[in-house]
Design a protein around this ligand. Structure first.
Ligand code: FAD
Ligand code: SF4
Length: 528
């Protein structure tokens, strides 16, 4: 982690509480996903006068029906960050969730802190959620908002990239970022000659399954994290998810160890098996660093550099390293750009006019469909599923069923330890539900159960057959896929890349189409 810009404040310079009111205090607000020791908010921090302010509040924990692990990771990381700041000599005014006087709302708490400290300025780095930015701007006087240096592209950089383009595509943005940061570049050419090795990133496992799966590093909860876990169990007993398996990094040092573990043990296979899934194997070759990145415990530059160095040492092939760097330098920065470019309207988009409720089994994993019970089961156990499980299992099912995208968004925001709105919303609404009508993805990620069969062994343990679209054995994904194409045929005709799928639809006999519609309606009825 680079510490450029961090003012190291010696302990003896701490501001004493009872020595009178300082002439001019800056109140530096640190939100739960801003745990960055190099944050611009700390630039120029005056240890004699200034105060860092942090608060744990109910309103954020219950704003969505949060997984217990998601609440825990935020609060545990915040408390460790508070201690890291104090150890460096910063004065921190910290409100715990279980403080008797806690008013339960971020703004109410901040207003009370402003009354107490009478700051000349309230300093905040751009938050990761439009609603919060708006609320701060509306109701906090003397507010100074500073740019978030964690990201490699600023919101303005992305606006500039988007200017004059009819259609935004991640690939072009990614190439700009590669050139700008000279990552995997030889002079002005991409290392290896190609920009993108995506075609080598789609392998599935042989029948025998994955071999040599190194168990990822785990972080046993320390005393602080255990206290948070006990608090969460006590305060949010009915919330979804379990804490038995909570082994996530909640400090900068542990986030770095998690990255090292991935680079050493799994990066080399990451490319080939990026899209593969396997029963009972939640992690496979994935990095498991999204929560650390999104809480800002880990710097994305560090992750990209570590992968590039592994390639230069000959420890990992180019396709794996490029695939990993594309996710962070490309997708992660791109979705943030989309979020800020299209909010606040983006959250209400519903291009396919989907209105079905979210099936209740999304909160329990209790379904006979093996792919969904596996993906939701591990989500509830760990607060984690990898990209293809999110996109092509849980996301695909709601897309095909026609679930209201807002309900889908609320679920994804609630259940993953890495969920923060700026990254979750475009992935859910845009990439997986096509609710933005094609801003994020050039076509809907619609597929039959055969895609899941090809990429996993889930179907081998399922009562359904992905090749069937009608009858008792019909896979609900396959039935709903054809029904989806029929329902949206007119709209999808305008989406160029759907031609082949629509041509296959034309080949289906009218009687079979009627049977598919009937069976699809029965499925929709079941999940009303
Ligand atoms: P790996 O698969 O090992 O990838 C490495 C890193 O690349 C990730 O840690 C992440 O930082 C980045 N990355 C990969 N894909 C994406 C992407 N599409 N968008 C942004 N960053 C990406 N990611 C989140 O961080 N938070 C979310 O709330 C979130 N919600 C998602 C919802 C849906 C429907 C989909 C399809 C994807 C979502 N993603 C989200 C992206 C991706 O699934 C997760 O980043 C990834 O699964 C996290 O696991 P990992 O750290 O093991 O990632
Ligand atoms: Fe999922 Fe269909 Fe395969 Fe069953 S048959 S696991 S429902 S894709």
């Amino acid at each position: 982690m680079t510490t450029t810009g961090l003012a190291h404040v010696p302990n003896n310079l701490r501001r004493g509480g009872s020595h009178g009111i300082p002439m001019s205090v800056n109140l530096v607000v640190m939100l739960g996903d801003q745990l960055d020791l190099s944050s611009a908010a700390l630039d120029g921090f005056d240890p004699n006068h200034d105060v860092v302010w942090m608060a744990e509040v109910d309103s954020e924990a219950v704003a969505v029906w949060n997984h217990k692990a998601r609440i825990t990771i935020f609060l545990a990381a915040m408390r460790h960050f508070r201690d890291a700041l104090q150890a460096r000599g910063f004065t921190v005014d910290y409100r715990q969730l279980d403080d008797k006087a806690n008013q339960g709302s971020l703004l109410a708490e901040l207003k009370a802190a402003i009354k107490k400290h009478k700051p000349a300025k309230v300093i905040l780095v751009e938050p990761g959620e439009y609603r919060l930015l708006d609320e701060f701007r509306q109701s906090i006087p003397k507010l100074e908002i500073r740019p978030d240096r964690h990201f490699l592209a600023s919101v303005d950089d992305f606006r500039e990239h988007a200017k004059g383009r009819k259609q935004l595509r991640m690939e072009y943005f990614y190439r700009e970022m590669r050139r700008r940061y000279k990552i995997l570049m030889e002079k002005d050419k991409p290392t290896g000659g190609d920009w993108n090795y995506d075609s080598e990133n789609r392998g599935s496992f042989p029948k025998s399954g994955p071999s040599l799966l190194p168990a990822p590093i785990e972080f046993e909860p320390d005393k602080i994290t255990q206290e948070v876990m006990a608090l969460v169990e006590k305060r949010f007993p009915k919330h979804p998810g379990k804490l038995e398996h909570f082994k996530w990094p909640v400090t900068h040092a542990d986030a770095k160890l998690a990255l090292d573990d991935f680079i050493t043990n799994r990066l080399k296979h990451f490319g080939t098996y990026q899209d593969a899934m396997w029963t009972g194997e939640p992690w496979l070759y994935h990095a498991r660093i999204a929560s650390s990145l999104n809480l800002k415990l880990l710097d994305p530059r560090e992750a990209c550099n570590a992968a590039q160095e592994a390639y230069e040492r000959g420890d990992a092939p180019l396709a794996a390293v490029e695939g990993f760097i594309r996710q962070i330098l490309g997708w992660r920065e791109y979705v943030r750009g989309i979020y800020w470019l299209y909010m606040p309207d983006y959250i209400d988009k519903n291009a396919l006019e989907a209105t079905q409720p979210l099936p209740s089994f999304y909160w329990t994993g209790d379904t006979e469909m093996t792919c969904l019970s596996q993906t939701i089961g591990q989500t509830l156990d760990y607060g984690y599923a990898h990209h293809i499980q999110r996109l092509m299992v849980t996301g695909l099912f709601t897309l095909l069923l026609g679930v209201d995208p807002k309900r889908v968004h609320e679920w994804y925001l609630a259940v993953y330890v890495d969920a923060v709105e700026w990254v979750e919303l475009p992935n859910v609404l845009g990439m997986s539900q096509f609710a933005d009508g094609g801003i994020m993805a050039s076509k809907p990620y619609a597929a039959t159960g055969k895609y899941i069969q090809r990429m996993s062994n889930y179907c081998q343990h399922c009562q359904y057959d992905p090749a069937e679209s009608v009858g008792d054995k019909a896979c609900p994904f396959t039935t709903l896929y054809w029904d989806f194409l029929m329902r949206h045929e007119t709209k999808l005709t305008k989406v160029g890349r759907m031609d082949m799928q629509l041509r296959n639809l034309v080949r289906i006999e009218p009687a079979k189409k009627a049977a598919i519609t009937k069976q699809a309606n029965e499925i929709k009825e079941r999940y009303q």
